[in-house]
Structure formats: C-alpha cells, structure tokens
Design a protein around this ligand. Structure first.
Ligand code: ADP
Ligand code: MG
Length: 375
C-alpha cells in the first residue's frame, strides 16, 4: 500500500491494492501490424485456434465465430449451442461485446473511456464505468503482488519505446527521455473506489495502459455474454488470452496449444487440457524490435524503464479468469525466470515458464501447473 493516501476520500472507499493485480496485448491496436515479428501475433493465433478442440467437432454441432479485435483476432467456439442461438445472432452479440470493451479500455481509441481519463488533467475523483474500474483493480492487485513489476501506469514508457498507439519507431530512446517517462510511472499514484465507481490520479500526467490484461478482460466479457445466452460449452480466445467452459464436442476438456516461443515459427510446444478456467501466454518473441542485433520486447520493466532482458521466452498462466491469467502472465514475464518462479510458487499460481537455453528451450512449471501436465 502507498504511504501517501490522498486526503480527500475515506479509506473504505478505496479499492485495496491487494498484496499491499494482464500476441501483443494491443488493446485496440490501430490498423494492421507491420513487420514480420508483429504480424505473427495474428498468424500464431490463427494457427493456435486451428488446434483448439481438434477435429471432428462439427459432428456434435458447433458454432464457430472469429473476427478482428484489439489489433488482433478473436475466435469463439460454442458446442451444443442452446436452441434458438444462431451463428448470425451470436456474431453480432460477440462483436458488440468486444466493441464495448474497446470503447472502455482501449488506448488506441482516442474517444474510449480510458483515453478520456488519460487526457484528463484532473487530480480529483473521476467517475468511471464499473467495467473500467474492475480492470484497473485487477491491475493494481497484480502490481501489489509483483511489487511493481506489473504496472498499468507504465504507458508513457510503452509509448516511448514504440509499443503503444503511436507509429513504431523501432529505435532505442534517449536515456533522458526514458528517465522522464519513468518519472510518470507509479501505480501507487493511482486510486480507485467502488461507490460510486471512480478513479483518481495523484499526478495529472499519469497515463494508463491496460493492454497487458485487456485481451483477458475481453475473453471474460465474451464468456459472460455466452453464459447469459445459455451456452454451457465454449471456448473464447482473444489472441493469447483464452477462457473455456464445459467440454468440446467430443465431451473432453478443451485442448489448448502452447506454442514454441520462436519468432517466425509456429510450432506447438505443448498441449494442455483445461475447463472452467482462463489461460494466457505472454512472451517476448512476438512483439519486439531489434537494434544492433539486440532484441527489445514490449514487456517493459517499470523500474529500469527498459524492456526486460532475460532468458525467459514465455510464461503461461492458468487462473480462474482470463483477465487474471493475462495480468499474471505479464507480471511473471517481467519478473523473469528466477523471481517469476519464486513468486508463482509462493502464491500457488499455475504457471509454465519456457526458458531459452543454448540447445533450445527448457520448461519449468510450478507445482500447481503439474496437474495440467499429468494428462
Ligand atoms: P502479449 O499478450 O502480447 O504477450 P502481454 O499480455 O504480456 O502481451 O502485455 C504486453 C503489453 O502490456 C505491452 O504491449 C504493453 O502495452 C503493456 N506492458 C508492458 N510492460 C508492462 C508492465 N510492466 N506492466 C503492465 N503492462 C505492461
Ligand atoms: Mg498479459
């Protein structure tokens, strides 16, 4: 928790910063990605979705939807759809849900609720939708848990390094610019309250980036929508964030492919089966640029102001919701192999770490992840 409570609001109204909180999680990334590395986000996703659920499912009756969202792609499969649910109706519904999510939390839409909050120069409480507040709360919780490795106020650094809504520069920024952006980062300067839902910045130039958990939030919202329509067996994927419910057409748990974290390659590292949970993978191999032979990924360490540098290539987390899995995967990715594994074990998280070695890759999983491997 921060030592500096803003004086104006009673403490019980703050959302706690628990612990004291998510293919390019480009929430609403504009246009199509350019460059070989980035375009892989979509390709990988498509390749992955082809593997989800396996073959022969059409026999059991399945509605399949897909489309663009958040600068990437989504895929939805509903098996044994309840009577009356049509493909067209579902497509409209799902697109509507995802558009709504973008209008709430995208930094790529200048008129989204989040962009308006980011632009606001007020350091007073600003009322926001419960949805936006919920995503921020998950973000703050993950910050507390990871002691600031995860930080949704990292936006100025993300943008400076060219991984935000502005056109890519693919260049390492000047030290001074990094230092200046770093001054604006700090989740302790962001406050939330539930009644009525509102956010408050301690610095007017705080800028939130929810991309690290936005895909997960989108997958959860679509899942809620499907449950509301009576669906019981489905799989929702928004890029690397996945939420599954029930069983596939064969009556088995859904099979999810975790890819080999090699740029430009679409190979399966491992397939796991889950049901009733969310899953997300973060990696440094899809969204990055190279300068002088060095790779700079979109996972930024808020403490150094620079992209993370370690041998950890990807982290996959299984959690109750896709949003939580998304946030945690990014947090562990930023923490790196040693500290990430230690935190995941201490918190009982189900996580799979894929680490680069001279020979290829080494997998390391937490105890809680063991049950997904035992199948
Ligand atoms: P992906 O799904 O593409 O692997 P992640 O879910 O890991 O991506 O989210 C990465 C995105 O999160 C970055 O593009 C950036 O917008 C944002 N981000 C980068 N570093 C951090 C951080 N330390 N904490 C929170 N968000 C971050
Ligand atoms: Mg994430």
């Amino acid at each position: 928790m921060s030592a500096s409570h803003p004086p104006a609001a009673p403490p019980q109204r703050f959302l706690s910063r628990i612990g004291a909180r998510i293919s390019g999680a480009r929430v609403g990334r504009r246009g199509s990605p350019s460059g070989a590395a980035r375009s892989l986000g979509g390709l990988v996703f498509l390749g992955l979705s082809a593997l989800l659920g396996g073959c022969g499912e059409r026999e059991g009756g399945m509605i399949e939807l897909s489309g663009p969202t958040m600068g990437t792609y989504y895929s939805v499969k509903v098996v044994r759809p309840p009577p009356g649910l049509t493909r067209e109706g579902l497509q409209q519904g799902v697109d509507g849900v995802l558009q709504g999510v973008n209008r709430q939390i995208s930094t790529y839409d200048p008129e989204s609720e989040l962009s308006r909050f980011n632009r606001s120069s007020s350091t007073e409480w600003v009322e926001v939708s419960p949805g936006l507040l919920g995503v921020v709360a998950e973000g703050q919780r993950t910050s507390g848990l990871s002691e600031g490795a995860f930080d949704i106020t990292v936006g100025p650094l993300v943008n400076l390094w060219g991984f935000g809504p502005d056109p890519r520069t693919d260049r390492v920024p000047a030290d001074q610019a990094i230092e200046e952006a770093r001054q604006r980062v700090g989740y302790q300067r962001l406050w939330g309250r539930a009644e009525p839902p509102a956010l408050r910045k301690e610095r007017a130039d705080l800028y939130l980036d929810l991309s690290a958990l936005g895909e997960g939030y989108g997958a959860d919202r679509v899942a809620e929508y499907l449950i509301g329509r009576g669906a019981t067996d489905f799989m929702v994927a928004v890029a690397g964030a996945i939420r599954v419910q029930g069983h596939n057409a064969k009556g088995s748990p859904w099979a999810i492919a975790i890819e080999e974290p090699t740029p430009g390659k679409r190979a399966v590292q491992r397939i796991i089966q889950i049901t009733g949970e969310g899953l997300s993978t973060s990696g440094d191999y899809r969204n990055y640029f190279e300068q002088d032979g060095k790779r700079y990924s979109h996972e930024i360490d808020p403490r150094t102001g620079r992209p993370v540098e370690h041998r950890l290539a990807s982290v996959t987390v299984v959690s109750a919701s896709a949003m939580r899995a998304d946030a945690l995967a990014t947090a562990l990715m930023v923490l790196g192999e040693e500290r990430g594994v230690a935190l995941a074990e201490a918190q009982g998280l189900a996580a799979l770490f894929i680490v680069r070695t001279a020979e290829g890759f080494r997998e390391q999983n937490t105890r809680a992840f063991g049950r997904y491997l035992a199948q």
